[in-house]
Design a protein around this ligand. Sequence first.
Ligand code: NAP
Length: 281
Amino acid sequence: MTLLDGKTLSLEIREEIRKKIEKRKAEDKAIPCLATILVGLDPASETYVKMKVKACEQAGMKSIRRDLPESTTTAELLEEIQRLNANPDVHGILLQHPVPEQIDERACFDAIAIDKDVDGVTTQGYGLMSFGLPSYPSCTPAGIMRMMSHYGIETEGKHAVVVGRSAILGRPLAALLIQANATVTVCHSRTKDLPSHLASADLVFAACGKPNFVQGDWLKEGCVVIDAGYNKGNIGDADFESCSKKASAITPVPGGVGPMTIAMLLSHTLQSAEGRDVSLV
Ligand code: NAP
């Protein structure tokens, strides 16, 4: 059984990014800059933003942090996004999900300029990605695809089952898997008899936000399990103990998909600064 080590791979990617930025500095080129927007006081969101800002610093990238109060309105958040859109020094904008209830999150995501949508959250970015056109795919699915490619996990002709259909994870992941010629089944909370779908899966993606949900005895012997979940207490969405007995390869939690997300965010921001066409992972 292979442990798919996202931590080491992400550090390698981040080191490559750091070297590229160092070279840009030596050539007097623009330093990539990520703007993060955090609305409210959600402790988990604050931790995620801190991790992203720290990763920028370590890569030699600039970052701008906008922390807005819990009471922020949609109009105020839209104004902040417009300011960052208009700032030529900003190459990527990350609006941390979730935002407080009173805010129209979709309208705010869609206000992000397409060339700064480094986390693939806009409707336009999602559409482009779905058609395999140049775009920045959502960072977690992008990280998953990159990790599979690194480990030589084939997707062509394989049956991939994605458990979860969220806009940031399940749906874009399914679209990337289709681009990679997998045959994709997407399961969700209304799916009937989930184990029957997983029984024929060569590739299993746990992305449902339920701790230890996917069970080893639902799986086909030798399948690959990618656990995108991250729940309180460092627990994934797949039950590692039982799934690792059936799988030929599996991601640990932590140290699997999570670190790849940040590596992709930095990579997309660098690509935006380079102003070059974006290719899918
Ligand atoms: P989400 O928005 O809550 O979506 C969860 C999805 O799982 C929904 O589509 C839901 O179905 C489905 N689901 C819920 N219960 C289910 C069940 N019993 N059987 C099958 N499907 C079920 O969550 P998310 O934002 O996509 O996150 C999913 C997981 O990934 C979480 O553990 C989160 O922490 C993790 N995550 C990690 C990263 C990272 O960087 N590592 C990034 C993002 C998310 P319905 O659509 O029918 O409600």
